[in-house]
Design a protein around this ligand. Sequence first.
Ligand code: PGA
Length: 322
Amino acid sequence: MRQITLHQLQVFEAAARHCSFTRAAEELFLTQPTISMQVKQLSQAIGMPLFEQVGKRLYLTEAGRELLDTCRDIFERLSLLDMTVANMKGLKQGQLRLAVITTAKYVVPRLLGPFCQRYPGIDVALKVTNHERVLERMATNADDLYIVSQPPENLDVQAYPFVENPLVVLAPRNHPLVHEKNIPLERIAEEPFIMREPGSGTRRVVQELFDRHGVSIKVKLEIGSNEAIKQAIAGGLGISVLSLHSLALEGTSGQLSILDVEHFPIARHWYVVYPTGKHLSIVARTFFDYLEQEGRQIAALQTFIGSEPAAQEPEPEPVPVP
Ligand code: PGA
């Protein structure tokens, strides 16, 4: 094992991640025979095969999976070392890996702007996906920090709520319900509804609210993108429930209006989360502290709420969620 080189581990990690020598070769700008050779030498040093081919697909063997976990530990430690050394030199530098739910994409880039200006040595890799996918990434320790509306219940995490994320009912500007007050849920249920895809946190909360009140909505269309839903509403395909932040750029002066519906807005928060016990890099800790101290203020500044301010609600306590 002592003959193993870091280069071989990098090659193996890429091949294992892609389950393909060809794609690993493309990513690392190497040839496919070089990848095969490096993996072969590595597997000889380990004394067991690392991959097996079934049909046309490549799978990791048990030894391969163990080695992949070890590789990830080693690379994580090396990147922490890199950041620690930079910090000792008085620099904050390194990579910040963030995974955020789709509604947070309206705010997180704005938060990153001043942060990156303050710390020019920090590079950011931002993954935007739905609630379920973010939780999957958290379970495999794929990123440094996560932003979700609902901290996971089956994972021990540290969670800090840093800004409100109210969900509102949106309709086209010329919709007959636009000037009505306190519209009953039953009336909303008569309208064609545009729903987010399964796995979306927005979808789950909307469904829960209507189920709780024994009202069933008419889902006309399922769309996996907040922006596409806004277009569909504007196009007259139906109404929907989205984060108020999704109106950040156009506000309510555009083609969409917020309906005044009973039980709305649904009060939610964005939490910045990481698994308890995870050793936060200096860069991740710096961003966490920044969100804690300044996140709320910066996010509030950029939220255009039109003439209908979102209902304020009491701040929840920071929670370590069991
Ligand atoms: P979503 O996230 O993109 O999964 O709907 C929003 C949320 O959980 O509030």
